[in-house]
Design a binder for this molecule. Sequence first.
Ligand code: KIV
Length: 290
Amino acid sequence: MAGKVAAPVRMTVPRVRGRKGEGRLVCVTAYDAPTAALVEAAGVEVILVGDSLGNVVLGYENTLPVTMDEMVHHLRAARRGTRRALLVGDLPFMSYQAGPADALRHAGRFLKEGADAVKLEGGLEVLPMVNAMVAQGIPVMGHVGLTPQRVREYGGYRAQGVTVAAAARIWQAAVALDRAGVFAIVLEAMPASLARRITAAVACPTIGIGAGPDCDGQILVFHDLVGLSPVPPPFARAWADGRRVFAKAVGRFARAVRGRGWPPRGRGAALPPGDLAALDRLIAGEAGRS
Ligand code: KIV
């Protein structure tokens, strides 16, 4: 079949479900088209337009101020950069907590704007919203453990499920979300032993972040992964020193400009010598008139 390129496999919700048990699902956040295209080309299968947008891109102290309009703006950009990965839109604080009608309206907006699925944080208290969305065919990703939209209640970001009672509540929440039909669950900042037990108990894939190696997949925030976050969470790992690389490049540009070394002469668009002479005559004529 000379000249024909095989159609790229597009990640779908059933395909994500089918990855249960492998421990190999790769998920990363992205908030714009070039980053989404970059992470997809690097082999990422699920892209989350996370409300971590608030911390890592918009300069907020936490995710609480993030609005639906901000999320939609970035979701649409990420959609334009994504062809094969499953694109998940993260429902921001107070876009679903007030009840199923709100959750449906906002999740529906995400799907209309290009999301393949939505994510929300929480346990038993979000089941009515999950049920309403699943009943309308909106694929939902759950998120238990450290749920950053509760940062005020926690008084800071800290691991969850570190007592028997708390661990049992998280386990029950994950099992209930799975029964309600979520297609995957993020397990954030919890003991690996708890994440392992949840992963064994639920039919859908679990996606860990600070939850040990025994989940069905792993997710990291892009800026943490490439070393662009000034204060990354303790469970993240930077796989590149992005801040140093970028700062060095910008510093070199600044030095080149100040040293009159950029741009080099003779580069870029040019007028042919004859046209240049004509232009000079025109300018001289204009100058003579004024
Ligand atoms: O908002 C986000 O990026 C997230 C991930 C950390 C899972 O929720």
